[in-house]
Write a protein that binds this ligand. Structure first.
Ligand SMILES: N[C@@H](CCC(=O)N[C@@H](CS)C(=O)NCC(=O)O)C(=O)O
Length: 243
């Protein structure tokens, strides 16, 4: 059986990591049986989650997980899509993963109030005397990653402006369609759902969340994806699960 290594549900989200959520939804889309394990971070082959283990093979990174599933189980997440749609799907995915993601990291990890509301809870299991050492150290690591990626060199106002542009692009492309490319979900929906839910997450206060909330179609989209892939959940990211 396939094991997906996760952080575990948090903040009203299937997982605090949109990459883990993406991988989980992709696995749900396959219909294959799999289990999740929230204890594998220390053994992560690339120092990040998600990764999967299947028949003794470990595959790290949500995109490589997708490609592995496609090849090994002969699955095409984009069945029925044109080459043009596949190209658009890839571009939107990478916009979310390599651009919007960093605006979310800034909002959750660098903004002090959001940090206290969210990521600070990850450290609750640490012995209390270690927290004042570990928390600033990990936040410094995140700040350095943001700086190296480039997003962290902008002011908060500029970061928010960039993030909102991505959110608007997703909302405008989705339009009135039930899913990103029409009546049925495809691979890109796993990613769009994960990142839009992450942005709408009511645990965090941000102008980016306010902007996402102004798009009714995004809230309905998250509810629709929740109804299909998390049928046991009444709501995800504050969006009522409804088909
Ligand atoms: N490109 C990777 C990104 C995964 C990623 O950034 N995971 C983050 C959580 S959102 C992580 O595990 N970070 C831990 C760390 O950097 O120490 C993918 O698509 O899976």
């Amino acid at each position: 059986m396939i094991t997906l290594y996760t952080f575990g549900p948090a903040f009203g989200l299937p997982d605090p990591s949109p990459f883990v959520t993406k991988a989980e939804v992709l696995l749900k889309m396959t219909g294959l049986s799999f289990r999740t394990d929230a204890g594998g971070f220390r053994k992560a082959p690339k120092g990040k989650l998600p990764y999967i283990e299947d028949d003794g093979t470990r595959i790290a990174d949500s995109t490589f997980i997708r490609q592995y599933l496609e090849k090994k189980y002969d699955i095409d997440f984009d069945r029925g899509l044109s080459a043009e749609q596949r190209a658009i799907g890839w571009a939107f995915e990478k916009m979310a993963e390599d651009h919007l993601y960093w605006a979310l990291v800034d909002s959750r990890w660098i903004d002090d109030e959001n940090f206290a509301r969210g990521p600070a809870h990850f450290f609750r299991r640490l012995p209390a005397p270690l927290r004042p050492i570990m928390i600033p150290m990990i936040r410094r690591k995140v700040r350095n990653a943001l700086h190296a990626q480039g997003m962290g060199r902008h002011s908060r106002e500029e970061i928010v402006r960039l993030g909102m542009h991505s959110i608007d692009a997703i909302a405008n492309y989705l339009g009135h369609k039930p899913f990103f490319f029409g009546g049925e979900p495809s691979g890109v929906d796993a990613t769009m759902f994960a990142f839009v839910a992450g942005t709408l997450c009511p645990r965090f206060e941000s102008p980016m969340r306010d902007a996402a909330e102004r798009h009714d179609n995004l809230k309905r989209y998250v509810g629709r994806m929740a109804a299909r892939y998390y049928p046991g959940a009444a709501e995800i990211a504050g969006c009522k699960a409804a088909a």
